[in-house]
Write a protein that binds this ligand. Structure first.
Ligand code: C5P
Ligand code: C5P
Ligand code: C5P
Ligand code: ZN
Length: 511
C-alpha cells in the first residue's frame, strides 16, 4: 500500500517493524503544538498496535534529558518532533547500549546517522515547510498499521466502533477498497488515517501553512484526512478565530492584513458590522464566523474586500485575506478544536506552560476535564502573547547590519519568546527585512535564544538553524531548528558576542 509520502515509505516501514519488536516503548516528545500532536499520533498508533508505552515530554532534548531517558529501563525509545538534531548524543547512548532510538522528526539532523531515523530532510523534503513532526509521526503511524497484525478487523470494529456520519463517507485513499460504506470509519481507524487531522494541526502549529495553504508532503496527508472524513478544506477568510471569536473581535484583532478603520479599531469594527444589512447578533450576543451561512459569509467578506480596496490596501495584501482553512469535521462547530489554527494555539497554551499532559489529553479525546483546563490556560497564553507583543513593539528591536534583536530578560517566558518574536515582526520598529533574535532568561546560568525569519529571506539564503547552531557553539552553547525558525541555549553574559557572531553569519548567508 502506498503511504501518504512515498519517499518516506521504506524508512517508515523499517522503523515500524522495529517498534513492533519492542516489548515496550518510551515515547519522548517536544513541548509545543507539533510535539503534542506528534505524541498523540504515536501514542494512538502504539496503542492500536498493542505495544505498551509510556509518554514523557521535554522542553529540550539536551544531554541531561537524554541521560534521564537512558537511566530508565526502556530499551526502545521513540523520539517525535525532536531527536534528529541530537543524534550525536543519542548515538553515544546507542553505542553504550542504553537504548535503541527510533526517531520521527523534521529538524536539521546532527552529523551522525542511526538505523531507525525518519526525517523528511533525509529524502529531499523540506522539514520547515513540507512536513512537520506530527506529519513524520503520521507517516510512521500509517506504516505501523500496515506492519502490525493486531489492527482491528474493519468489519468487527465497525460494529463496536463509533462511526459518525462524517466518517461514513471515507473513501479510496484510506479504505483500500474505495467503497463508501459504514465500515469506512473503521477502515480509517485500522489504517490510522483518522490521525491525519492531528497531523494537520501539528503542521499548522509549526506555521507550515504560512503561505496560505499546506503543500508538498503535507498535502498528501490532507488528502488522506479528507478521504477519511476527518478533515474538510476550502478557501475561507484568512483570519484567526473563525470558530470562537465574536465577529467584532475577529475583525478587530486581524492585523496580518491591516484594514484601516477596522484592524485594531474596536469601534470601527463595530460600525463596519452594524453597517451591513445582516442579523449578526443573536440573543444580544455577536455571532461567530463559523456560525454564519455561506451567503452571510459572502456578504461580510465582500464588504471587507471593498473596504480594503477603497482604503488603498494593495492588491497583493488583499489576496492574503483569503486562504485555505483546515476544519476538523468531527469536532463541534464553534470550538477551538474545529479549526486547525485555533487547535494548535490551544495546545501551545498547555505544553509551553508545563501542562503537556493537558494538551495530550485533549488530543486523545478528553473533552471534559482536559478541555476545560486547556481553555483556562489559553486565556493566560493569549494575555501573555499580547503583553509580549506590546512590550516588544513599545521597546523596539536593536538594529545590527544584518539582524535585529531584543532581550526580554524575565518579562517574556522563554517558552513563548519565539512565538512573540514571530508575531511582532512587521509591527512598527520591527522590520521584516532582517531576521529577529530574541533573548529571554532561562535560569541562573543560561539564556534562551529564539530566532525567526521570513520565507523571502530563506529564499535569499538565510538558514537560521545554522546561525543558531554556530553562534551558540561559538559562545559555549548549542542550538538548531529550521531555516526559518530556530533556537539556542547559551551561557548568560554572552548575548553580545552571540549577536555579533550571528550578524556575521547572516551577512555571509545573504551575500
Ligand atoms: O520545534 P519546532 O519545529 O516545533 O518549532 C517550530 C517553531 O517555528 C514554531 O514556534 C513556529 O511558530 C515557528 N515557525 C515560524 N515560521 C515558520 C515556520 C516555523 O515562526 N515559517
Ligand atoms: O501560538 P501559536 O504559535 O500557535 O500561534 C500561531 C499563529 O496564530 C500566530 O503566529 C498568530 O498568527 C496566530 N494567533 C493569533 N492570535 C492569537 C494566537 C495566535 O492571531 N491569540
Ligand atoms: O523555541 P523556539 O520556538 O524559538 O524554537 C524554534 C525552533 O528551534 C524549534 O523548531 C526548536 O525545536 C528549535 N530549537 C533547537 N534547539 C534549541 C532551541 C530551539 O533546535 N536549543
Ligand atoms: Zn515541529
Amino acid at each position: 500500500m502506498a503511504g501518504p509520502v512515498p519517499e518516506l515509505e521504506d524508512r517508515a516501514t523499517t522503523c515500524a517493524k522495529r517498534l513492533c519488536e519492542a516489548d515496550r516503548v518510551l515515547l519522548a516528545s517536544h513541548i509545543d503544538a507539533d510535539g503534542l500532536t506528534s505524541a498523540a499520533i504515536a501514542a494512538t498508533a502504539l496503542e492500536r498496535a498493542e505495544i505498551p508505552f509510556e509518554t514523557v515530554f521535554e522542553k529540550q532534548l539536551d544531554e541531561e534529558a537524554l541521560a534521564d531517558i537512558a537511566a530508565t529501563a526502556y530499551e526502545t525509545v521513540l523520539f517525535t518532533d525532536f531527536g534528529s538534531g541530537q543524534l550525536d548524543i543519542i548515538g553515544d547512548h546507542e553505542d553504550a547500549g542504553d537504548f535503541t532510538p527510533v526517531i520521527a522528526d523534521h529538524h536539521q539532523p546532527a552529523d551522525r546517522e542511526t538505523a531507525y531515523h525518519l526525517n523528511p530532510l533525509l529524502f529531499g523534503i523540506n522539514g520547515a515547510s513540507e512536513l512537520s513532526g506530527a506529519g513524520a509521526s503520521y507517516v510512521l503511524a500509517r506504516a505501523l498499521a500496515d506492519v502490525s497484525d493486531t489492527t482491528p478487523d474493519p468489519a468487527v470494529a465497525a460494529d463496536g466502533g463509533e462511526p459518525s456520519d462524517a466518517r461514513r463517507s471515507s473513501s479510496e485513499l484510506c479504505s483500500d477498497g474505495g467503497t463508501v460504506t459504514a465500515s469506512g470509519a473503521a477502515n480509517a481507524r485500522a489504517d490510522n488515517c483518522d490521525l491525519a487531522a492531528l497531523a494537520v494541526v501539528g503542521a499548522v502549529g509549526d506555521m507550515q501553512a504560512a503561505g496560505g495553504e499546506l503543500h508538498g508532503a503535507n498535502q498528501g496527508i490532507v488528502d488522506e484526512g479528507v478521504a477519511a472524513g476527518v478533515l474538510e478544506t476550502g478557501k475561507d477568510l484568512a483570519l484567526y478565530g473563525k470558530q470562537t471569536r465574536p465577529l467584532p473581535k475577529l475583525l478587530e484583532y486581524a492585523t496580518d492584513v491591516h484594514i484601516p478603520g477596522i484592524s485594531n479599531d474596536e469601534n470601527g469594527a463595530l460600525r463596519f458590522l452594524d453597517g451591513l444589512d445582516l442579523e449578526l447578533k443573536r440573543d444580544g450576543e455577536w455571532r461567530r464566523w463559523a456560525g454564519l451561512t455561506n451567503d452571510e459569509k459572502q456578504t461580510v467578506a465582500s464588504a471587507l474586500v471593498r473596504r480594503a480596496v477603497s482604503s488603498g490596501v494593495p492588491a497583493k495584501k488583499i489576496d492574503q485575506l483569503v486562504s485555505t482553512a483546515y476544519v476538523l469535521s468531527e469536532e463541534p462547530v464553534g470550538t477551538e478544536l474545529r479549526d486547525a489554527s485555533e487547535f494548535s494555539t490551544l495546545l501551545n497554551a498547555t505544553a509551553r506552560y508545563e501542562r503537556a499532559d493537558v494538551g495530550l489529553g485533549v488530543c486523545l479525546g478528553d473533552r471534559e476535564g482536559a478541555l476545560e483546563r486547556a481553555r483556562q490556560l489559553l486565556r493566560e497564553h493569549r494575555r501573555n502573547l499580547s503583553n509580549g507583543i506590546d512590550l516588544v513593539t513599545r521597546e523596539g528591536a536593536t538594529q545590527e547590519e544584518h539582524v535585529q534583536w531584543f532581550h526580554a530578560n524575565d518579562e517574556i517566558r522563554e517558552t513563548i519568546v519565539g512565538i512573540v518574536a514571530g508575531m511582532a515582526m512587521g509591527n512598527a520598529g520591527i522590520s521584516r527585512s532582517k531576521p529577529i533574535i530574541a533573548f529571554a532568561e532561562k535560569n541562573d546560568e543560561e539564556v534562551k535564544v529564539s530566532s525567526r525569519g521570513t520565507h523571502s529571506l530563506v529564499r535569499r539564503g538565510l538558514d537560521l538553524s545554522v546561525v543558531m547552531g554556530e553562534a551558540a557553539r561559538a559562545v559555549g552553547g548549542d542550538g538548531g531548528g529550521h531555516d526559518v525558525a530556530a533556537g539556542a541555549t547559551v551561557p548568560r553574559g554572552n548575548e553580545e558576542a552571540f549577536v555579533e557572531r550571528a550578524d556575521e553569519i547572516v551577512g555571509e548567508q545573504l551575500s
